[in-house]
Ligand binder design. Structure first.
Ligand code: FE2
Length: 374
């Protein structure tokens, strides 16, 4: 762990106070079917809808919720819509990482005055439920951050959306909140985006993994974890590093056709229960060799969980100075090998499972080989 650095929190004033993640919006080819997938497989619940039936002519959006996690699945209704260009280029993927703020106008001014590129000028949206103030800046690739201020709003989601009451509501799977969102950036672009988060958003680099630590026989990557002042929002960033063969980050960049969100980590209080249900509903996870568990307790020390269910489900364990964490990764949830999900349960640990990277990357390389992309 010698290449792992945990920096101390800064004591300077936070010019961009964040309350957490407001929502994540995906652009998808068929939002109706994507909503069915996230409800059926992951246990999200229908919250709100906007589309032709609510007076929106050019796109349809389904808002789903589980715990504090809100996903928005948006599809264009015509090929002339710019969202269609996004989907043609990237496939289904994350367009918006929306952050909850107390002042969306100030968030826009604070970030753009420090060099962020505007995506959406601040505006106030109103309906009979109150007002939402919203603004946005550009991020890596075609991804964006929105700032959402909803303290004077009590509608289902945003003005323009209607509460969605449906009879089909598969039970939740124990997912609680977004632990972190990871982005993949291009060759030698890491520092540009680290500087972006530091300079324009006031984030700090709290952990660094270099290519000596994150490498297997074949591929390598570098990763830096950026956190906002209060630690509510964490955005790790990956860039490819030279290896013998094509790294998973290169494979992503090739098939997403650019930089973008690689994975969303969703937290649970009971990973064994959550993953058992997710598997029964058809979610496919990466599996590590059974030998991973042979010396697990020697590596991570005592854990509260029985080893057998972890081994059966393929759940990984790692420890840092403050505790341990349990985690597992899905296979990509699109046919393009792009976005996937992580399920994570933290028991004190504040890190990201670096001790599992080697076993995990070997599992990913096995999948890359099956796809002919190694
Ligand atoms: Fe992660």
């Amino acid at each position: 762990m010698e290449t792992l650095t945990i920096n101390k929190p800064s004591k300077t004033a936070d010019f961009l106070p964040l309350n957490g993640t407001d929502h994540v919006e995906f652009y998808v080819g068929n939002a109706k079917q994507a909503a069915y997938y996230y409800k059926t497989a992951f246990g999200f619940q229908s919250l709100a809808y906007s589309g032709p039936e609510t007076g929106v002519r050019d796109k349809a959006s389904y808002v789903l919720q589980q715990g504090k996690i809100r996903l928005v699945l948006t599809t264009p209704l015509k090929s002339s819509d710019p969202i269609a260009d996004h989907i043609k280029k990237h496939g289904d993927g994350v367009k918006v990482l929306a952050l909850s703020v107390d002042d969306a106008y100030d968030a826009f001014n604070q970030t753009t005055s420090r060099g962020a590129v505007p995506y959406r000028e601040p505006e106030t949206l109103t309906d009979e439920h109150g007002e939402v103030r919203i603004s946005g800046i550009k991020l890596y690739g075609e991804t964006v951050h929105l700032f959402v201020e909803r303290k004077n709003y009590n509608g289902a989601f945003l003005p323009g959306y209607e509460k969605m009451d449906v009879r089909y509501n598969p039970s939740p799977t124990g997912l609680l909140y977004i632990d972190h969102c990871v982005g993949n950036v291009g060759w030698h672009k890491m520092n540009e985006w680290v500087n972006f988060y530091e300079d324009t958003m006031g984030f700090r680099n709290i952990l660094t993994f270099d290519d000596k630590m994150i490498s297997t026989e074949y591929s390598a990557l570098m990763s830096k974890v950026m956190s906002n002042g209060n630690g509510y929002v964490k955005f790790p960033i990956n860039e490819p590093a030279e290896g013998k063969k094509k790294s998973q980050i290169e494979e992503y960049l090739e098939f997403y056709e650019g930089e973008g969100v690689q994975h969303l980590a969703l937290a649970t209080h009971d990973i064994v229960e959550t993953v058992t249900v997710l598997q029964s509903r058809g979610i496919e996870f990466l599996s590590v060799p059974g030998t991973y568990y042979d010396d697990l307790i020697e590596r991570v020390g005592h854990i509260d969980e029985d080893l057998e269910p972890l081994k059966k489900l393929g759940i990984l364990v790692d420890r840092d100075d403050e505790g341990y964490l349990l985690q597992i990764f899905t296979k990509p949830v699109e046919d393009r090998p792009t976005l996937f999900f992580e399920i994570i349960q933290r028991k004190g640990a504040k890190s990201f499972g670096a001790g599992n990277f080697k076993a995990l990357f070997e599992a990913i390389e096995h999948e890359q080989e099956l796809r002919g992309n190694l």
